[in-house]
Design a binder for this molecule. Structure first.
Ligand SMILES: Cc1ncc(COP(=O)(O)O)c(C=O)c1O
Length: 405
């Protein structure tokens, strides 16, 4: 969201009150924005799709409980996330476990919980889970996370291609035969693809969905096992930076209707359940990261605001998680009282860590004087905040995380 779009959900006055009454540093997440995103996504996808939330984007217990209450399922990537999802009230059959390095203990936990699917990412993992199911005298529901032979996803953070993610497409026939020959311990739970994250153009989202359907057709035409489910992964992007526009959901809806209605997909799609598992798209825009300015200071040339937070809470602000060039997030500076105009003021916001990387914004032009005690708020901070940040660095306490209506 842009700043103005955020303020159309949560007024600036309300945000000022929230931030000054609340703890600092803190993440504030607004349920009303999350509900609206869930509604928009449901309207875009229609009834055929189940929506799972990628827990890695934000595993806060209150948030997970809220999303479970809205009827979403969960995508988990570790035993820890699985435990949190179960505790938050997601039904085990609505949980899928995907990730390239699941340990034996984690696979056991998933089997014991009875999750909807463990999406295996290699042949040895498939053997491991078959062995465990046999040992426990139970059956495992196993999906295949496939890494397509030709990856087309135009994602900010690519995961398909020659990476360690998923089962390379060439190995799929062997995996299907393995599943087919071990029906006493393995139930085939379908295809899973997550090609990458931060896909920011509607056209690219549709292209990715189409690519996955084409892959599903290739699998189906092997005639080895029938597909009962296709999970198209996450990756739906949001607009972080000034000047970006959000995904055009109407365009995606049209593109998807066209794809699902094509005659070549008719047989494939009969009785097949469809799912997506976005993280960032569902919660990213709902949250702000709010920090207090401890000191104003002048460097040799640059004006700085040094704040009580930093990249140990919100690594993305400092360019972490696969960004090539750090760019400013949408931000605002909030004060309790009116300030005199300062049209020429340019300000860099630096965190409290001892590394030059801990710069959260550069060249902000607030238009008014900024003093110690003021708050800087960074929008679009609801996803990949604390969960994706080097939290142990310098031993600062974790930020507060508050879910508000
Ligand atoms: C398997 C899987 N599913 C879903 C996601 C969620 O991605 P995003 O937050 O971009 O939607 C990820 C992110 O890494 C992932 O690895």
């Amino acid at each position: 969201v842009t700043r103005d779009q955020f303020y159309s959900h949560v007024g600036r006055e309300e945000l000022v009150r929230t931030v000054f009454q609340g703890p600092s540093p803190a993440f504030f997440l607004f349920r009303r924005i999350i509900s609206s995103q869930v509604e928009r996504l449901r309207a875009c996808l229609g009834d055929r799709f189940e929506i799972n939330f990628a827990v890695k984007a934000n595993p806060h217990p209150d948030l997970l409980a809220f999303l479970a209450g809205l009827g979403l399922g969960a995508d988990v990537a570790s035993g820890g996330e699985l435990t949190r999802a179960l505790a938050a009230g997601f039904g085990p059959e609505r949980i899928e476990f995907t990730g390239p390095g699941k340990s034996e203990a984690e696979l056991s936990l998933a089997l014991q919980a009875g999750v909807g699917a463990v999406n295996v990412e290699s042949l040895p993992e498939l053997e491991a889970i078959a062995g465990l199911a046999r040992q426990k005298g139970t059956k495992a529901r196993v999906g295949l996370r496939v890494n397509p032979a030709s990856a087309t996803a135009k994602a900010g953070l690519k995961m398909a291609g020659d990476t360690h993610f998923g089962l390379a497409e060439a190995q799929v026939p062997a995996a299907l035969e393995y599943l087919r020959d071990r029906r006493e311990v393995l139930d085939f739970a379908g295809l899973h693809v997550h090609a990458g994250s931060q896909i920011v153009k509607a056209e690219a989202v549709v292209e990715n969905l189409g690519g996955i359907l084409a892959l599903a057709r290739r699998l189906d035409s092997l005639g080895l096992l029938r597909l009962s489910r296709i999970n198209f992964g996450g990756g739906w992007g949001i607009n972080y930076f000034p000047g970006q526009t959000g995904l055009d959901l109407a365009e995606i809806r049209r593109g998807l209707a066209d794809l699902l209605g094509r005659p070549e997909h008719e047989k494939l799609l009969q009785g097949v359940r469809l799912a997506v598992e976005p993280g960032r798209f569902l919660v990213g825009e709902s949250g702000v990261y709010a920090v207090r300015i401890l000191y104003r200071k002048r460097g040799h040339k640059t004006e700085f605001a040094v704040v009580d937070g930093g990249m140990h809470h919100h690594y993305l602000l400092a360019g972490g998680m696969g960004q090539v060039i750090r760019r400013n997030f949408e931000a605002d500076i909030l004060a309790r009282e009116e300030r005199r105009e300062a049209p020429d003021l340019k300000l860099d916001v630096a965190g409290c860590l001892c590394t030059p990387q801990d710069v959260l914004a550069t060249g902000l032009a607030p238009g008014r004087e900024v003093l110690a005690g003021d708050r800087v708020v960074f929008f679009n901070s609801g996803a990949y905040g604390p969960t994706a940040s080097p939290s142990a660095f310098l031993g600062h306490p974790p930020p507060a995380e508050v879910l508000l209506d």
